[in-house]
Design a binder for this molecule. Structure first.
Ligand code: AVI
Length: 322
């Protein structure tokens, strides 16, 4: 497998900057190479990772409500998905909207051309009449250009608790960035994982099958392959930790001994003390006041809260304030 020069440069910069921090920190987008994408698929199928089935249930039981919200008086709209992934959950509403003859086009946005192309091919197979306009770009760039050429109303989807991979302050900035582009009549649906029994959350990130461990460790394997690093994964421990006070789950790789790891692409060694951590991910859990704070900061109005039957997860519909 090869990576593009720009991706390679981005990885080098991220690693150089991240290892200069205290504590050491790597951005979670580094998880998602080809192997990481596959491991994440396996995570989504684990019974402990309740998030996927909860959001699936929400979309399934609210698909007609969402059709009513999105299609308004049957006028045309663009359904724009930020970080579409495999599109499995979205398929529920795409199929339903098509059955209801909604006038819309589906615009998945993703930085990964591979992800977009497999999604587009799959949709062409299963929903051949669906109009799909993939946008291969970063979210901010894509959002800037989306409004250039046409007048269709926009409905944005940011599902799968992806917002949880920002800390609350970054989440506010991200939603504000989308809101600043939105026009009157545009809508935004965001999937939030909610605070709940701390042990359930802990188990979702520390599963007994070791799949999440593999996901975290894959980051080191990626750096070995792409940057010529010499990490020995077994000399690090996967350690996720949920704090019920802040709602933040932080995932770490903890060095099991004092060690120096050579990174060829940086032409340097990085030292790890015994028990020193690399912070690799934030998975923020929300309560309703936290969601209301995001809405207020971005000058969006909350239209509806859609829950699964256990109230573990919530898809929140926002609109631009009148
Ligand atoms: C993609 N993201 C919402 C997942 C999460 O729950 O933070 C990634 C993940 N990390 C460990 N398990 C799943």
């Amino acid at each position: 497998m090869t990576i593009t020069d720009s991706k390679y440069t981005e990885v080098i910069h991220a690693v150089e900057a991240g290892f200069a921090k205290h504590p050491k920190r790597l951005p979670s987008w580094l998880f998602y190479d080809e192997a990481g994408d596959k491991i994440f698929q396996a995570i989504m199928h684990m019974p402990e990772y309740y998030l996927t089935s909860c959001e699936y249930e929400i979309l399934q039981s609210n698909k007609d409500k969402l059709y009513q919200y999105f299609s308004k008086h049957d006028d045309a709209f663009d359904l724009i998905e930020l970080g579409a992934g495999d599109g499995l959950k979205t398929e529920i509403i795409l199929r339903h909207f098509q059955d209801r003859k909604a006038a819309f086009r589906y615009m998945p946005i993703d930085v990964s051309a591979t992800v977009l192309s497999s999604l587009t091919h799959r949709l062409a197979d299963i929903l051949p009449k669906l109009v799909v306009h993939p946008v291969n770009n970063r979210y901010d760039e894509a959002l800037r250009t989306l409004y250039n050429d046409d007048v269709n109303r926009k409905v944005f989807l940011f599902l799968g608790a992806n917002i949880g991979n920002f800390d609350p302050h970054e989440a506010e900035n991200f939603v504000s960035m989308i809101a600043s582009r939105m026009r009157q009549g545009d809508q935004l649906l965001i999937g939030f994982d909610l605070k709940k029994d701390p042990r359930l959350i802990q188990a979702a990130y520390d599963d007994p099958h070791g799949i999440t461990r593999q996901f975290n460790m894959n980051l080191l394997i990626r750096l070995n392959r792409e940057l010529g690093a010499t990490f020995i994964p077994d000399q690090f421990r996967h350690y996720p930790c949920y704090d019920p006070e802040t709602g933040m789950t932080k995932s770490y790789l903890v060095s099991l001994r004092a060690q120096d790891v050579y990174i060829a692409a940086l032409q340097t060694s990085v030292h790890f003390d015994r028990w020193e951590v690399i912070h690799t991910e934030v998975s923020q859990k929300y309560d309703i006041p936290m969601i209301e704070t995001i809405a207020a900061a971005s000058e969006l109005e909350i239209v509806d809260f859609l829950y699964d039957c256990k109230h573990y997860f919530c898809d929140v519909l926002f609109k631009k304030k009148n």
